[in-house]
Design a protein around this ligand. Sequence first.
Ligand SMILES: O=C(O)COP(=O)(O)O
Ligand SMILES: [Mg+2]
Length: 223
Amino acid sequence: MMQRPALVLCDLDGTLVDSMADLANAVDAMMAELELPLCGEEKVRHWVGNGAERLVKRALTNDFHAEPDADLFAKAFPLFVTAYAQNNGEHSKLYDGVMEGLLWLQQQGFHLGCITNKPEQFTLPLLEKLDIKRFFPLVVSGDTLPAKKPDPLPLLHAAQFFGVLPADSLFIGDSINDVLAARAAGFSVICVSYGYNHGQDIRTANPDSVLDSLVELTTLSFN
Ligand SMILES: O=C(O)COP(=O)(O)O
Ligand SMILES: [Mg+2]
């Protein structure tokens, strides 16, 4: 049984929102403009999770870790930003159970925040469009602070913002980056089974618990 948290932070892409179609379309709009081979949703799905710059680098190199030519990246990145600014939210939707889960978290009286590696210019319109911005008094995006997940900084910042100890805090995410950030920050961590974890089963990252839907939050019992 998990200790009752005072603060619950939620990841965005792959946890609350299925944003894959829009992300993949924006990546492929960039690739098309560069006259490079299109990537498609299946590859892009495995590349999401470390922010927009890393996503673009993975697309340009067709590799998870490689660095593209600096001039190519400098040309490509603004193309991605323009394309995603245009289609952000077009085909993105909340996963089943998210609204019920968020309403329950709110009813419990937990402090709530959203911590994403997505750049702020995309995060805020997407939260607004899907009508979930209202749940989160604090939103920390990938470029809000000097470091993003898997660095613990955004989580520690949120704990400090609300005046809550990390030991009384819970992170809900979908990827190894979320688990690593939560562990480094001293948070508990619950993961969803359906998100984007670079093609790996999130159970291999050993979160405290795995849920198939956020509606299952309503059945958790806390100490
Ligand atoms: O933009 C990304 O790489 C993923 O964002 P997330 O942290 O909301 O999953
Ligand atoms: Mg995610």
